[in-house]
Design a protein around this ligand. Structure first.
Ligand SMILES: Nc1ccccc1C(=O)C[C@H](N)C(=O)O
Ligand SMILES: O=CC(=O)O
Length: 526
C-alpha cells in the first residue's frame, strides 16, 4: 500500500492502521491525514501532499474529522460536538524504497483527553495579533502603568536583602500572615495563616488548584455567563462538566444600560443545582461585564449552596475596583458560606503588577489543604522576592485601609475617572457602552456598526471575533470579543459586544479616542 496514496490526497479512510498488526488507533473512524509540521522525517508541501525523507520512516499527525458513534455517546463527549475536528493522533511508519508501507511502528493519540479542544486560546491569539500590528491595546486586562513605588522598592529590597531561596510551599510566612490578618478583618473570620491560606502563581493557579483538588469526573460545576474563559477549560481539564447559567440583560429605556441590569433568574439558577453539582463559580466584580453582585444576589446563591451542599469558588481579583456607591460583598462572609467557599485574590490586579504572578486562595482548612496538595505537587511555590514585596505592600495598606492615601482607594478613584472618560468617548462616536459597576473592563454593543468585514471561510467564527480582528488590523485598536466569555451554545447569541480594558495611562486612552473619532468621521454610521 503506497503511503502517498494514504496521505497525499486527504481523502478520508479508515481501519488500515490495524491491518499492519500495530497498536490500533484508539478511534476507529475516518481520518483525514496531514503531516506533523516540524517533523524531522517529512515536510509538507502546498496542498497537503507530503515528502518522505530517505530514512524510510514517516511520522504523521492525523486529525480526526468525525467522532465515532461510541464517543459521541460517551459521557466525555456530551455537549462537545463542536470539537469534533480537533482530535489528533500520531503515526510512525516504516516504508520501503517505493514508498510502500512496511509497518506502522506507532499509532497513538499523543495528547490526553484532558486537553482535548483546549488548544485555541484567545489571549495567545489576540495578544499576538495586537503585537504584530503595534496597536493601541485596550485588549488583555493589565495596566500599562507601573506598580506603585512602595511595592517596587520592596521587591528590590527583597532581592538585595536575600529573599532569593525557596520559601514555604503554601506561602512565604510574612505573606500568609498578613493575608490572614487582612482578610480575617474583611471577612470577620479568624484565619489561620498556615492552614487556611495558599499563595499561588497568580489567581490563575488558585483556580486551577481548586478544580484539580475538588472536581472529579462528571462532577458538575455551575458557571455564570459571561465568564472569564479559563473557568471552562479548567473544569474540563479536571474532568468536570460545566453547567451554564446566563446573566440576562433587562431592557432599559431612557438611560444607559449598566452592568446591574444584567441579572440571574432565581428559578433558573435553582434548576441548575442537582445531585451532581459539586461547585459554583462566582466572579465579582465580573469579567468582562463589570457586574458587582449585590448582597441579595449573593444571598440567593448562598442559600442554594447551603441547601444543596455545594462548594463555592469566588474569584474576587477586582475586589478593590468598585465604583460609585457600589459595595464589594464577599460571599464567604455570608452565613454558612465560609465553610464551603474558597476566595481567590490577585496581587497582580491589586497592586497593578500582573507579571509578578502572585495570587492566593483563602478558605477553611479542610478545603484549602487539598489545594495545597495540588500546589505542592506542581508549582511548589511562587517566587520568594515577589511574595516578600506583596507582603510589605499589604502591611502598608493594612495601616491605611479606607484612608485617602491608600493605594486601593486611589486606584479606584482613578479608574472610575477612566471608566467615565472611555464611556463618554464611546457614546460620542455613537457606540452604546454598558457602564460597569466594577472591574476594569467595559463592554460595548456593536449592533448596527457597519464595517466591511472580509469574507470569512470559517462559518463558525462569531461576528465579534471578525470585528475585533478587523479593528486591530485596520484601525490599530485592540479589544476583546465578548463571545469569548460564553459557552459554545451561547456565543452566537452574544456576538455583538466587544470589551475595552480601561486600566491604561490617560495618554493611551487619548490615542484610542483619536482612533475612534477618526473612524467615526469615515465609517461609523450611527
Ligand atoms: N491571568 C491570565 C492568564 C492567562 C490569560 C489571561 C489572563 C488574564 O488575567 C486576562 C485578564 N483577566 C483579562 O480578562 O484580560
Ligand atoms: O488572573 C490573574 C493571574 O495573575 O493569574
Amino acid at each position: 500500500m503506497s503511503v502517498r496514496s494514504l496521505f497525499g490526497s486527504g481523502v478520508p479512510h479508515g481501519g488500515w492502521a490495524q491491518d499492519k498488526g500495530s497498536a490500533p488507533l484508539r478511534f476507529p473512524c475516518r481520518e483525514k491525514v496531514r503531516p506533523a509540521s516540524g517533523s524531522p522525517h517529512l515536510r509538507q508541501s502546498e496542498g497537503g501532499d507530503i515528502d518522505i525523507n530517505h530514512k524510510g520512516l514517516v511520522s504523521v499527525s492525523c486529525v480526526t474529522e468525525w467522532w465515532s458513534e461510541d464517543e459521541m455517546n460517551s459521557t466525555f463527549c456530551r455537549g462537545r460536538s463542536q470539537w469534533k475536528r480537533r482530535k489528533e493522533s500520531k503515526l510512525i511508519m516504516k516504508i520501503d524504497d517505493t514508498e510502500n508501507l512496511i509497518e506502522v511502528m506507532m499509532s497513538q493519540q499523543i495528547h490526553s483527553r484532558r486537553i482535548e479542544g483546549l488548544d485555541k486560546n484567545v489571549w495567545v491569539e489576540l495578544t499576538k495579533l495586537a503585537a504584530d500590528h503595534a496597536v493601541v491595546n485596550l485588549g488583555q486586562g493589565f495596566p500599562d502603568f507601573s506598580p506603585p513605588n512602595f511595592v517596587k522598592d520592596a521587591f528590590t529590597r527583597a532581592i538585595n536583602g536575600d529573599f532569593n531561596q525557596y520559601t514555604m510551599a503554601s506561602g512565604h510566612p510574612p505573606l500568609v500572615k498578613i493575608l490572614a490578618k487582612f482578610f480575617g478583618k474583611l471577612l470577620e473570620q479568624d484565619i489561620d495563616p498556615f492552614t487556611e491560606v495558599l499563595v499561588t502563581v497568580g489567581a490563575y493557579e488558585a483556580l486551577f488548584c481548586f478544580f484539580q483538588a475538588l472536581i472529579d469526573d462528571d462532577d458538575e460545576v455551575i458557571i455564570i455567563e459571561p465568564f472569564f474563559d479559563c473557568y471552562e477549560s479548567m473544569v474540563r481539564m479536571a474532568g468536570g462538566q460545566p453547567v451554564y447559567i446566563l446573566l440576562r440583560p433587562k431592557p432599559v429605556s431612557g438611560r444607559l444600560m449598566t452592568s446591574a441590569d444584567w441579572v440571574l433568574d432565581p428559578a433558573e439558577l435553582a434548576n441548575k443545582f442537582n445531585k451532581h453539582t459539586k461547585a459554583i463559580v462566582i466572579n465579582t466584580p465580573n469579567n468582562p461585564l463589570g457586574k458587582v453582585f449585590n448582597r441579595e444576589e449573593l444571598q440567593m446563591i448562598a442559600d442554594l449552596c447551603v441547601k444543596h451542599n455545594v462548594l463555592c469558588i469566588s474569584d474576587e481579583v477586582y475586589e478593590w475596583l468598585v465604583y460609585d456607591a457600589n459595595k464589594h460583598v464577599r460571599i464567604a462572609s455570608l452565613p454558612g458560606m465560609w465553610e464551603r467557599t474558597i476566595t481567590v485574590g490577585s496581587a497582580g490586579k491589586t497592586f497593578s503588577a500582573t507579571g509578578w504572578k502572585v495570587g492566593w486562595a483563602i478558605g477553611p482548612k479542610d478545603i484549602v489543604r487539598h489545594l495545597q496538595t495540588v500546589h505542592q505537587n506542581s508549582n511548589y511555590h511562587c517566587a520568594t522576592p515577589a511574595q516578600q514585596a506583596v507582603a510589605e505592600g499589604f502591611m502598608k495598606e493594612f495601616g491605611r485601609l479606607g484612608a485617602p492615601d491608600s493605594y486601593f482607594t486611589n486606584l479606584r478613584q482613578e479608574l472610575q475617572l477612566k471608566r467615565d472618560r472611555l464611556a463618554a468617548c464611546l457614546m460620542s462616536v455613537g457606540l452604546k457602552p454598558i457602564v460597569p459597576e466594577g472591574g476594569y473592563y467595559l463592554i460595548v454593543d456593536i449592533t448596527g456598526v457597519k464595517v466591511d468585514l472580509p469574507v470569512s471561510t470559517d462559518t463558525e467564527e462569531p461576528h465579534d471575533y471578525r470585528f475585533v480582528k478587523w479593528l486591530i488590523t485596520n484601525k490599530g485598536l485592540a479589544t476583546i470579543p465578548v463571545s469569548t466569555f460564553y459557552s459554545s451554545d451561547h456565543k452566537k447569541d452574544f456576538e455583538n459586544f466587544i470589551r475595552f480594558c480601561f486600566v491604561k495611562e490617560d495618554s493611551t486612552l487619548s490615542k484610542a479616542e483619536k482612533i475612534l473619532q477618526e473612524w467615526k468621521s469615515t465609517v461609523l454610521t450611527q
